[in-house]
Design a protein around this ligand. Structure first.
Ligand code: WT7
Length: 671
């Protein structure tokens, strides 16, 4: 392995010496980076790897006792009698909101800021642990007054405002199960998720701001939600008010809808936390799979909180006394659940919560916030780093980023160039980068460098965390120690998903059938190098990763074919410099109609209203016919080849082999 860091001789056509571009080009030849000399770990970690290797179950038991407060201590750790239905700490009882709030306030740290909230128009608000505990208790009582109790599902469709934290914690306090839907999804996607989870109450907002505009969220939700039987009540946060909504407050249906502010103000301020079984459901989070129906990934209480807390402290090396942490994700994704809400709050950390976009009011807003709050640990996605690279280093250069000591990424493989830019321009060369690999299903980070310990290689998530056992298998299940294969996890871990909500069968089929009931199938392909470093390649199922957001080809296809003009559609991913992957849709119109630009715009809008803007196809290619096997299955692999301009492979298994030539000619002609 090379660890050299020497300048290569300059050749014609290369960037000018001394420029950032030249420096990045030079660093591209550096394979491995030792932990920066100036970085000193705050939390000891060395003993963990050995302890976990010797006895992973005992290791997790020790961590569960050390990091969490239990109402009833557990006496059993792992129950693996009925794989893949694993149980952790099952006779223990605890409450997550008590672990995230009460214990810090009781220890005299109520005045510590939990969230420095920054609004899009420059508003600032500091929410302390005591504030959040007060609001959580009131809201918990408010939800109870609406009939919510243990096991009931509460939908949450909110923007990045502090109330979203109170909403999640209030559910946890009374044993209700939250189902957060990403604020960027369309109301029809919210409805689907409420319907399939039998949500009793939905907590939403009057309107959401985005780059100077306000979307009337409540009115849009009303238009979709009307006929949902299970949904009894809607709680509405008045975040923007009448003026921003064109003069009138959000529409409220008497008897069903209630203002969040009124509910909280009228509620009893004291709500003792319910002791919950470690295996009680905490939340459902819908994620995309290989069919159009989203998967309701279910996480439980004890194991999930342990995973989020342990990895948060280990990977981000957090000292709650001195660090200021910021994760730029949305709470509607698992990253937000584990690393904006549960990991940081359970650790008593101080975080920044930012409502807005990275490019509003200007391209420097993130760096301005880092400077203002003296952020020490920053966690974002490769796609965001690539966008910042495109905007240019002059924006971060306007601000003092010297408070930063550690940087993280998540969501997709990071290309070395973006890694190096992050390292140099944002981290000033002194901050370790943790490229964290994990999934909604895993609940917590699984493969990641340990900062200050692990040498990093740009593009590799490096090695598994203590207690985590990833492995590579060949297609037919043979173990591989090096090379490329199918990624699996061979041992259960505390924060693993427990099932798919109300669908044990799909849970087993999706994750635990290909290699048996004790081997978790990740859904990614990966490579392991001679140093045992993992390089994640990408999904092996029909899941597309656009800017770190998971979308299912089938879900996008079914949205497109729901349009009256469409006869048939096939969706594939195409490599994209900005977003990692981009959506390409091959569409056949009904009645042999020819497509035009107006129809392209219409279909894109149509997908935005059915799923959300992030699911809009970047390219729509009109196809007279789609490549199908003799049994009628669309061959997406071939479509991907044409979309990415590769030579056509073997088409002899197609029912009509001429279809591909026609499509390729069409794309060539369109340029
Ligand atoms: C999929 C999971 C985990 C929170 C965000 C996404 C891809 C995630 C990395 C990484 C390469 C990554 C994988 C994975 N992925 N992190 N560091 N390097 N790929 O959660 O929506 O459940 O998506 O994201 O393909 O399977 P998710």
């Amino acid at each position: 392995m090379t660890t050299t860091d020497q300048a290569g001789a300059s050749r014609a056509g290369e960037p000018e010496a001394g420029t950032l571009e030249a420096e990045l080009e030079r660093l591209l030849s550096v394979e491995s980076f030792d932990p920066p000399a100036g970085f000193t770990r705050r939390r000891p970690v060395e003993a963990d790897a050995a302890a976990a290797a010797a006895d992973p179950v005992a290791f997790w038991a020790d961590k569960a006792r050390e990091l969490l407060d239990w109402d009833t201590p557990f006496t059993t750790v792992l129950n693996d009698a009925n794989p893949p239905f694993y149980k952790w700490f099952e006779d223990g009882e605890l409450n997550i909101s008590a672990n995230c709030l009460d214990r810090h306030v009781a220890a005299g740290r109520g005045d510590r800021v939990a969230f420095h909230w920054a609004g899009e128009e420059g508003e600032r608000r500091a929410v302390t642990y005591a504030d959040l505990l007060d609001e959580t208790q009131r809201l918990a009582n408010g939800l109870r007054s609406l009939g919510v109790g243990r096991g009931d599902v509460v939908g949450i469709f909110l923007p990045m405002i502090p109330q979203v934290a109170a909403a999640m914690l209030a559910c946890a306090r009374i044993g209700a199960v939250h189902n957060v839907v990403f604020g960027g999804f369309a109301p029809s996607a919210v409805k689907e998720r409420m319907e399939v989870s039998d949500a009793k109450v939905l907590i939403t907002v009057d309107g959401a701001r985005r780059k100077g505009r306000t979307a009337p969220v409540k009115a849009a939700v009303d238009a979709e939600m009307g006929d949902l039987k299970s949904l009894e009540r809607i709680v509405v946060v008045e975040a923007v008010g009448a003026a921003a909504l064109g003069g009138a407050r959000a529409p409220m249906t008497p008897g069903r809808d209630v203002w969040y502010e009124e509910l909280v103000a009228a509620a009893d301020p004291v709500c003792p936390p319910e002791p919950m079984s470690a295996e009680a459901p905490l939340f459902i989070l819908y994620s995309s799979g290989s069919t159009a129906k989203p998967k309701g990934i279910l996480h439980t209480t004890g194991g999930y909180l342990l995973g989020a807390t342990y990895t948060y402290q280990t990977v981000f090396d957090i000292d709650p006394e001195s660090d200021v942490y910021w994760c730029s994700a949305d709470v509607g994704w698992i990253t937000g659940h584990s690393y904006i809400i549960y990991g940081p709050l359970s650790s008593g950390a101080t975080s920044v919560m930012y409502e807005g976009a990275p490019d509003y009011p200007d391209f420097d807003v993130w760096w301005k916030l880092i400077d203002e709050y003296k952020v020490t640990v920053f966690y974002t996605a490769p796609t965001a780093i690539r966008a910042c690279m495109k905007w240019g280093a002059q924006y971060p250069d306007r601000h003092d980023l010297s408070s930063l000591r550690l940087l993280g990424t998540v969501g997709e493989p990071i290309n070395p160039k973006a890694w190096l830019w992050y390292h140099k321009v944002i981290g000033g060369g002194r901050c370790p980068i943790v490229d964290t690999w994990w999934q909604t299903e895993t609940g917590a980070i699984m493969i990641s460098p340990i900062p200050g310990v692990t040498a990093t290689k740009p593009g590799s998530a490096t090695r598994p965390l203590p207690g985590i056992t990833p492995a590579l298998l060949t297609e037919d299940g043979q173990p591989l120690t090096e090379g490329t294969g199918v990624l699996v996890i061979t041992q259960p871990w505390p924060s693993m998903l427990r099932t798919l909500y109300k669908d044990d069968e799909r849970f087993v089929k999706t994750y635990f059938s290909r290699f048996g009931p004790t081997t978790y199938l990740v859904g990614d392909a990966a490579r392991v190098d001679a140093d045992g470093y993992f390089w994640i390649i990408g999904r092996i199922d029909d899941v597309i990763n656009v800017s770190g957001h998971r979308l299912s080809t089938a879900e996008v296809e079914s949205a497109i074919v729901a349009h009256e003009a469409v006869a048939e559609a096939a969706v594939v991913a195409q490599a994209d410099e900005q977003t990692g992957q981009a959506i390409v849709a091959f569409v056949t119109l009904a009645g042999g109609r020819a497509g035009d630009d107006a129809t392209v715009a219409e279909l894109r809008d149509h997908v935005a209203t059915r799923i959300g803007k992030l699911a809009r196809p970047k390219r729509i290619i009109w196809a007279e016919d789609l490549p199908k096997t003799r049994s009628g299955k669309i061959m997406r692999r071939l479509l991907r080849d044409v979309a990415e301009g590769r030579a056509l492979g073997d088409v002899t298994t197609l029912r009509d082999p001429t279809v591909m030539a026609a499509l390729a000619a069409k794309i060539a002609e369109a340029g």
